[in-house]
Write a protein that binds this ligand. Structure first.
Ligand code: AMO
Length: 441
């Protein structure tokens, strides 16, 4: 029998509330602080939801007196009022068990009192997460993911899972990770694009939340080699209809405190109400601005940018636009030549396409549009973009089975978390980021 078989956690630290006065409670966590004043030791225990104080006296003092901070501990006793300035209640411990020691020196200080550089924190991520500021980013990620799933599921979208090991490029040729697959070349999926389009043929509306892979050589604060994407695709829809869905997803995120009852881990307080910092940025005004690409280029020219219709919006241009339009806004109707083969040209002006991006200032969060559903034109577009239609034959044949008009988008989820919580670096929003220089931990 180990200690944890005899002592069971009855409460999280944030549940040590007035109603428990005089009752027994057992909390489990890590030693944050020990204040030894001789006959008693004040022990601060941190768990995922907060901190609680325990007062230890008698024999138990010897168990904890010299224990290193951050060791795992379980404490049991009656809840009493406290005279401490930080706690109104405390546990008068009659049982304390150290479950495992933390070996010092620790690589970083998880209390956040001593700050460490991001790279050092990621090297020791599991410990970094004990810092409530770091943990709150990932608790928020979890709540927002659940919220997005809820929005899409209640709007007729079926959650699907498509392969990540693929035989040909889904986004064109660039930035592909290639590897050997039983003596044949294979690639890591850059997106679920071809599969999500195929699936609407029968399932009508699909979404997928999964990691994708891009061999990004750039060292930026917004690109990773592996990123989480929320992808949707919807049959019988045009671009504006899927833009409306993107807006709905965002709107629901900003009302997440009330939209989903949180029942996980059987705690009395909802997880979302436990989130300290970072809190969400203020709710934007809906509907969001919808600017045309051409309007953006005209505005940039007026600001003295060296840009012509047809040019891509460089990082510098996007920064100028981001200054002009702070917060979320859409850029619609991009030049066809700047968009992938699957995006549909405009009927009245094929130089432009039924495509859009959702921006947060200068940061691109979503890209999407209406798709080319005519198989002959799709094949021509592949050739125009120097892609070999033979590599897409399994995809192209599906378009001969009654492929309806359809539209969709892909949302960079890590970037969304960056935007929503005002982070400067995408690596802050990803547990174990992967980039040119990082393959561990
Ligand atoms: P796109 O290539 O623009 O479109 O990707 C969609 C969104 O994914 C995010 N993103 C990234 N995030 C972090 N690191 C990266 N290296 C990275 N690359 C992309 C961005 C981007 O807006 N199939 C289309 C979507 C569609 O049309 O449905 C696609 O993949 O936030």
């Amino acid at each position: 029998m180990t200690a944890i078989d005899n002592m069971h956690r009855t409460h999280y630290t944030n549940q040590i509330e007035l109603g428990l006065l005089g009752q027994r409670a057992t909390v489990a966590g890590w030693i944050e602080d020990l204040r030894d004043i001789g006959k008693v030791v004040f022990l601060t225990v941190r768990d995922v939801r907060g901190v609680a104080q325990a007062v230890v006296s008698g024999q138990s003092i010897n168990i904890i007196r010299d224990k290193p901070r951050q060791s795992a501990v379980i404490v049991s006793g009656l809840v009493q009022s406290s005279k401490s300035k930080d706690f109104s209640l405390e546990i008068k411990a009659d049982a304390v068990v150290i479950l495992n020691d933390a070996i010092h020196p620790l690589p970083i200080d998880p209390t956040g009192r001593v700050e460490s550089a991001l790279d050092k924190r990621i090297d020791s991520r599991a410990l970094d997460l004990r810092n409530p500021k770091t943990a709150s980013i990932f608790l928020l990620r979890s709540v927002i993911l659940k919220n997005i799933r809820h929005t899409l599921s209640t709007n007729g979208f079926v959650e699907v899972n498509t392969p990540k090991i693929i035989g040909s490029a889904s986004e064109g040729g660039a930035n592909l990770f290639e590897f050997e697959y039983f003596k044949k070349p294979a690639y890591l999926a850059q997106s679920p694009q071809v599969y999500k389009e195929q699936l609407i043929l029968a399932l009508d509306r699909v979404f997928e939340i999964a990691s994708y892979y891009r061999a990004e050589k750039s060292h930026t604060v917004r690109h990773l080699s592996e990123f989480l994407s929320v992808d949707i695709e919807a049959a019988f829809t045009n671009m504006n209809e899927v833009i409306d869905i993107a807006e709905l997803v965002l709107m629901n995120i900003f009302s997440f405190n009330t939209s989903i009852p949180e029942s996980e881990m059987n705690v009395s307080k909802p997880l979302s109400s436990m989130l300290p910092k970072p809190s969400l940025i203020p709710k934007p005004k809906f509907p969001l601005k919808r600017l045309s690409y051409e309007q953006c280029v005209e505005d940039l020219k007026k600001q003295g940018e060296n840009i012509e219709i047809g040019d891509d919006l460089s990082d510098a241009s996007l920064r100028v636009l981001g200054e002009m339009h702070q917060g979320f806004y859409f850029i619609l109707d991009w030049p066809t030549k700047l968009k992938p083969f699957y995006i549909k040209e405009k009927e009245n002006d094929p130089r432009l396409s039924h495509s859009f991006d959702l921006q947060y200032g200068h940061l691109e969060l979503i890209s999407g549009g209406q798709r080319q559903h005519d198989p002959n034109r799709l094949k021509e577009r592949l050739i125009e973009q120097n892609l070999n239609p033979d590599n897409f034959k399994h995809h192209l044949r599906v378009f001969n089975w009654g492929m309806p008009p359809h539209s969709g988008w892909g949302l960079g989820f890590d970037r969304l978390i960056m935007a929503l919580t005002n982070l400067d670096n995408i690596r802050e929003a990803v547990l174990y980021p992967r980039d040119v220089d990082r393959l561990t931990p």
